[in-house]
Ligand binder design. Structure first.
Ligand code: SF4
Length: 546
């Protein structure tokens, strides 16, 4: 039995895995775990398959024109080092935020100024908005919360946290769970108050809770419910604000986090803000090496020709951002090295593809929800030639002189400007938002390979409210063309009870949907902005007659 954690989200649920030394055999659930108290969601329950998966990459390969040829790992490293000589002063490193703190530090040293963390854009936004003066609280305190405000659909993205939240909610009749969400998601099913807000308006809702005179017009009917929620939060002895971002899941992660901290600080009693991230070790990664650049900035520099070689460790750039500009940027590279446990979209463009272990096969430390540190021990040795990011980075660093990099505190965000801009940008007759499901992690490039999850994930469809469907004469399964900002996407519709009129949603792991938002870089944070997109619909005639 080996102790380990699930990093399919930042909750970091604890478990034990039994192996026979070659294969993972059984999960042992740990009711004594402070974090998940023995629960695992479908993603956590699929960890055995991640270890035993027959499609895991076990050998290095080199792209020869349009096909990959397997080569020995040491040969691949030697060839990469050789090719790197021509572009040694213009290469960048991106590492997925599921790597260990130690690996991320190594990647940072290798990349120097040209280093970025691979994660969902809102993960970093939320971190940038948090205030050090407000703490995360502890799992035990969450069970004591008299008033919990969930921003976003926390139970869908971090299902195992529901146990603590609901324990608190049902402990006393007076305890409350309040949700601020665009749709009626899994968290709001359990909420005492569900404040349904317009897409992207979460930060305005929090600003309104702080100061009822602000944005009341923009928030419309939600205003009085928000003021009531603010009153109950203020009166609570123990209160938590949970913020869960992702790919376009909430309007402005940085503003939400900053306003949540202000609200918590302005209230008496014990008030906490607990951020929850898509990638497992975002928190540790951010603390280990404050990133100089964002993925968006690195992509832009590749596009402009300033960066000519890229090492991408454990991050599928093209699934994360399936945008033409990203593809064009990657195609311009003189050298693209991708390490991954599975084949993926970015790997198809790589010059070298290196087999990578998963975190369950590595040693190191990670930092998960509530700031809890875990020491990882390998559950099993990685298959074939697969190596950890740390081992690959050490091998690739031979002969590269890395200049020492100064760690910097991130710039604080200009909250007033952000919130005013946000208020001005809201609106549109029909807005497209993104939603997670419990099955897929981030862009789905790893979880999509797991059989249980791929069998149970519904094919992508555009979710539409019953009112919108009636207005447009649509029924379940009818095909539409979704249009927005010069882009089009053809797909069937699915009628949803959970969406309000005027809001359409697509799963955040759907590749084409992820490519739909406008390419825009936030000047302040350098991150991609994935805000709600104003769209229109057209029937193709495929579907029901009439
Ligand atoms: S809630 Fe998060 S950490 Fe826990 S099992 Fe699910 S994906 Fe893993």
């Amino acid at each position: 039995m080996a102790n380990t954690v699930c990093l399919f989200c930042s909750l970091g649920c604890e478990l034990e895995i039994e192996t026979d030394g070659k294969e993972a055999k059984r999960i042992k659930y740990l009711p004594e775990s402070r974090l998940n108290q023995g629960s695992l969601c479908p993603r956590g329950n699929s960890l055995l398959e991640l270890l035993n998966h027959p499609a895991r990459l076990i050998a290095a390969s080199e792209r020869m024109e349009d096909r990959f040829v397997q080569i020995r790992l040491d040969e691949a490293i030697a060839k990469i080092s050789d090719r790197l000589k021509g572009v040694a002063d213009s290469f960048a490193v991106i590492i997925g935020a599921n790597a260990t703190n130690e690996e991320i530090s190594l990647a940072r040293s290798l990349g120097g100024e040209n280093f970025a963390l691979g994660t969902e854009p809102q993960d970093l936004d939320i971190l940038l908005g948090l205030s050090k003066e407000v703490s995360y609280g502890t799992p035990e305190e969450l069970s004591q919360s008299n008033c919990t405000i969930a921003v976003g659909d926390v139970f869908t993205k971090h299902p195992a946290l529901a146990k603590r939240v609901l324990e608190a909610r049902y402990k006393s009749r007076d305890n409350l769970l309040i949700t601020l969400d665009t749709k009626n998601g899994r968290t709001s099913w359990f909420a005492d108050y569900h404040v349904q807000i317009s897409p992207g308006a979460e930060a305005l809702a929090l600003a309104h809770m702080l100061d009822p005179s602000s944005f009341s017009e923009a928030l419309g009917e939600a205003s009085s419910a928000l003021q009531d929620a603010a009153k109950r939060f203020r009166e609570a002895e123990v209160g938590f604000i949970l913020i869960s971002g992702g790919f376009g899941q909430i309007g402005d992660g940085a503003a939400c986090a900053a306003l949540a901290c202000r609200l918590a600080k302005s209230c008496p009693g014990r008030k906490y803000v607990l951020p929850l991230f898509t990638y497992g070790n975002v928190e540790g990664a951010f603390k280990s090496v404050l990133p100089h650049k964002t993925v968006a900035q690195i992509i832009e520099e590749i596009y402009q020709g300033r960066i000519k070689a890229l090492f991408s460790f454990g991050y599928d750039l093209l699934s994360a951002y399936p945008h033409e500009r990203v593809r064009e940027a990657l195609e311009k590279l003189e050298l693209l090295v991708v390490s991954s446990p599975f084949e993926n979209e970015s790997a198809k463009l790589a010059h070298f593809l290196l087999p990578e272990s998963v975190w369950l096969e590595r040693e190191g430390t990670v930092l998960t929800a509530f700031g809890i540190e875990h020491k990882l021990e390998p559950v099993l040795p990685p298959p074939g030639d697969a190596k950890s990011d740390g081992e690959l980075i050490k091998a690739l660093s031979q002969g590269i002189e890395s200049a020492p990099v100064e760690l910097k505190e991130p710039k604080s965000i200009d909250l007033n400007e952000r919130v005013s801009n946000l208020a001005a940008s809201l609106g549109g007759e029909r807005l497209l938002v993104f939603q997670s499901d419990t099955m897929n992690f981030a862009d789905g490039s790893i979880t999509g390979k797991l059989s249980w999850i791929s069998r149970n994930s519904a094919p992508p469809a555009l979710n539409i409210s019953k009112d919108d469907a009636a207005e447009l004469g649509l029924e379940d399964g009818d095909e539409v063309i979704l249009k927005g900002d010069g882009r089009e996407l053809r797909l069937p519709v699915k009628l949803s009870q959970l969406l309000p009129k005027g809001v359409l949603s697509l799963p955040s792991w759907h590749r084409e949907a992820r490519g739909f938002p406008i390419w825009k870089m936030d000047a302040e944070t350098g991150n991609f902005i994935v805000s709600p997109v104003s769209v229109s619909l057209e029937r193709t005639g495929i579907g029901h007659e009439g």
